[in-house]
Design a protein around this ligand. Structure first.
Ligand code: 0GY
Length: 315
C-alpha cells in the first residue's frame, strides 16, 4: 500500500454515509508544468485530532495532510492551496497545521467570523493563509449576514488577502451587488457552478462571463468537473477524455481570462454522493481546457504563484 492508499474494499464504498476518496489514483497521462500548484484542495481532520464542526452539514472522510502531500507528489504538482471547507466551520486548525507542516509548499484560505481578533489574523497570515472563503451554497452553510462578511473583507484587505466565494449559478444575480462591493481580489470556486447541460455560450453562463468581464478583480477556479459534469468520467473511443461536458465551460473562461484563472483537484472531494473521481483522470482534463503550453503554465504556475507566493521572484 502506498502513502495515498486507504485500506478499503473499493473506491465507491458508501457504508459510512459518505464516500471515501479514490484509493489508488492513476498516474495522469498529462504532465503538469514544473512548479504547478493544486490551488483548490482540502484536509479533513483526522477527526480524532481536529474534530469536525458541530454545525457541519456533512461529515467527510478523514483526509490527512500526509495523504494530501503524497497525492501532490503522485500527480506531479509542487504546491497546494488548502481551502477551509464547511465541515470544519471556522476552526482552521487542520488547514493551518497542513500549511505549517508543508515546508512552504502550501498556503491556505481560512473561514473566519466577525469576532476574529487582529492577533488571530496575524497568526493565520504567518501560517500561510492568504484569503478567506465566503460560502453561499445553502445546502452547505447557514446564512451569514452580509454586513458581517463585508466587515471581514475590509479587515483582510489590509493584509493583502483575497476573498474566495462559493455560490450556485442561480444565485449570482441576487449576490452580484454584494460581490462587486468587495474591495479585494475575488476568486469564484468552480466557475460559480454552471449547469453544464446548458450551452457554454447560452444566457446563464453569459451572466457569469459578464461578471468577470465587468469586474477585473474577479478570478475563477476552473475546477469542479467531477461535481458539475453529467457525462461523467467515461472514456470516449478509448481516449482518456473525461468529463467532456465540463470542458467547453472551463475552456471558455481560460481563453477569455487567462490571467485570472486557477485550477485544483478539490481532493478529497467533499460531499460527493455518487461518484468519487480518480484524481489522475481529473488532471487529464487539463490539456482539454488549456490547450497550449502557455495557457497551461499561466493556469497552473504563474497565476497561483502571483496570488499565493508573490514574494517569490520571477513570477
Ligand atoms: C468544494 C465543494 C463543496 C463543499 C465545500 O466547504 C465545503 O464544504 O466547498 C460542495 O459540496 O460542493 O469545492 O469543496
Amino acid at each position: 500500500m502506498n502513502a495515498i492508499s486507504r485500506p478499503v474494499t473499493g473506491p465507491f464504498e458508501k457504508t459510512k454515509g459518505w464516500l471515501d476518496w479514490y484509493a489508488d489514483p492513476s498516474k495522469p497521462h498529462f504532465r503538469v508544468p514544473a512548479g504547478a500548484v493544486d490551488a483548490h484542495c482540502h484536509v479533513f481532520g483526522p477527526g480524532a485530532e481536529f474534530p469536525y464542526a458541530p454545525e457541519r452539514k456533512y461529515t467527510p472522510c478523514d483526509a490527512s495532510k500526509a495523504q494530501l502531500f503524497a497525492l501532490r507528489d503522485h500527480l506531479g504538482f509542487a504546491r497546494n492551496v488548502v481551502v477551509q471547507a464547511t465541515c470544519h466551520g471556522a476552526d482552521n486548525r487542520a488547514m493551518v497545521d497542513a500549511c505549517m507542516s508543508s515546508g512552504g509548499k502550501a498556503r491556505g484560505v481560512a473561514t473566519v467570523r466577525r469576532d476574529v481578533s487582529d492577533d488571530d489574523l496575524k497568526r493565520l497570515n504567518e501560517a500561510g493563509v492568504r484569503g478567506v472563503r465566503f460560502n453561499f451554497v445553502k445546502r452547505l452553510v447557514d446564512f451569514t449576514p452580509k454586513d458581517e462578511l463585508m466587515d471581514i473583507a475590509g479587515r483582510i484587505a489590509r493584509l493583502g488577502w483575497h476573498v474566495v466565494i462559493y455560490f450556485e449559478a442561480v444565485d449570482l444575480p441576487e449576490l452580484w451587488d454584494f460581490f462587486t462591493a468587495i474591495p479585494t481580489t475575488i476568486i469564484v470556486d468552480h466557475m460559480g457552478r454552471p449547469d453544464v447541460t446548458k450551452p457554454a455560450d447560452g444566457p446563464e453562463f453569459a451572466a457569469f462571463l459578464r461578471f468577470m468581464r465587468e469586474n477585473g478583480n474577479v478570478w475563477a477556479k476552473v475546477s469542479g468537473a467531477e461535481r458539475l459534469s453529467v457525462s461523467g468520467p467515461a472514456a470516449l473511443n478509448g481516449e482518456r477524455n473525461p468529463y467532456r461536458d465540463f470542458v467547453p465551460f472551463a475552456r471558455r473562461v481560460i481563453e477569455e481570462f487567462p490571467d485570472r484563472v486557477l485550477w485544483g483537484t478539490d481532493w478529497p472531494h467533499p460531499n460527493l454522493k455518487d461518484h468519487m473521481p480518480d484524481d489522475g483522470l481529473l488532471v487529464d482534463i487539463l490539456p482539454h481546457i488549456a490547450p497550449t503550453a502557455e495557457l497551461q503554465r499561466t493556469l497552473l504556475v504563474d497565476n497561483p504563484m502571483r496570488l499565493y507566493w508573490p514574494e517569490e521572484k520571477g513570477v
